[in-house]
Write a protein that binds this ligand. Sequence first.
Ligand code: F0G
Length: 460
Amino acid sequence: MNEDAFRTVIEPFRIHSVEPLQMTTAQQRREVARAAAYNLFQIHSSEVLIDLLTDSGTGAMSRDQWAAIQHGDESYAGSPSYFVFRDAVRALFPYEHVIPTHQGRAAEKILFSVIGGPGKVVPSNTHFDTTRANIEWTGAEAVDLVIEEGRDPQALHPFKGNMDTARLEALLTDRGEDVACVMMTVTNNSGGGQPVSLANLRAVSEIAHAHGKLLILDACRFGENAWFIREREEGQSGRDVPDIVRDMAACADGMTMSAKKDPMGNIGGWLALDDDGLAQECRSMLILTEGFPTYGGLAGRDLEAIAQGIAECVDHDYLRYRVRSTAYLAEALDHLGVPCLKPAGGHAVYIDARAMLPHIPSLEFPGQALAVALYETGGVRSCEIGSVMFGRHPDGTESPAAMELVRLAIPRRTYTQSHIDYVIEVCERVAEQAPDLTGYRIVDEPPALRHFTAAFERIE
Ligand code: F0G
């Protein structure tokens, strides 16, 4: 037996500065939920005990990131902080042009306002909602081509984020002229945080390039994706994660990126490209909407913190802990009989609310019922990803979403195992009450993106 092998994967850090959590009673939380019209986005975060709404920008920065902040140079043009940032990006993603933005969706907005437009189509494994929205905003069409297993919550496959290459080939053959670029989201957030294999990335790259199209990575969780490649793909075990990331980068011609995810920034993103002409057009848009090309929408100190975070997020001890601690939550829920999307993703566990609350019809929002119950019972904030988020269509009609999920997203390095043990206990208690939970109706909603502001009423 390996004397270094222990069952417990501990947090590979100790705590250096703490933030108090505010304890509340169930009675108080029921009042808070009612006052927020049962919309968890409307609750003040000080009234949340464990916040699993998102893993975006909510991670804990390291000592070295805070130290890097002190190196921030706030010059308008040519700040050394930009070059530190650019070099950190290029150490993993050696693209010619690195363009900072204030967050991921700004990179998407810039790229698609240049290459999108009416009549165009952009395939991906699964577009994240802001990516889809930015493509559609230009009048182009966003198409999801994830493999069949990626659409089934219970299907077991090591790379459920893979793209269906036959469907991609068919799209490029039928509508090659219209395809603005091919995208790949790593990991596939909207499909459950599932990874893409290097083999699939290479196949997609070959197909895209054979048709003369750019392949762009939506690379938010590239470190987690590379770790899954190392763990699960034939011929990849034992490799250095930064090398795997560079292999992923070599498949593509550029990337959009949210630095609020794997690079552990509280804010930030970038667009990177090899093509000089395209980069020039994107930089012109950047100046219009974000800022001068050496800071984008960011302060110099943010660029420094991100550069340090990029190096930290490919550390093996960190990634082992990150992926293992997400799986720990998923395994405990599975053990309790709480139905979850399988296998566990890198950054989140997704509870299958349709399977857990079969007595609540989709348009009475089982995911919302579950998310509110998790909050009222234990102060755990999660996010409905189901018919509240996707049920209302641009033409005003309403229909059930493909899946009714509740996402428990794990902020990086923020909660300890005992926080997660508490979340497991809250889920257990909610599972016991499941038959008594009732659905919701929406009493007020905006014309688009209703999940952020809709008001709900509980159906008694
Ligand atoms: N792409 C993916 C795959 C994402 O998950 C996100 C954000 C973005 C792009 C946009 O980046 O927020 O910096 O503008 N996802 C967050 C989430 C919001 O909760 O999953 P951003």
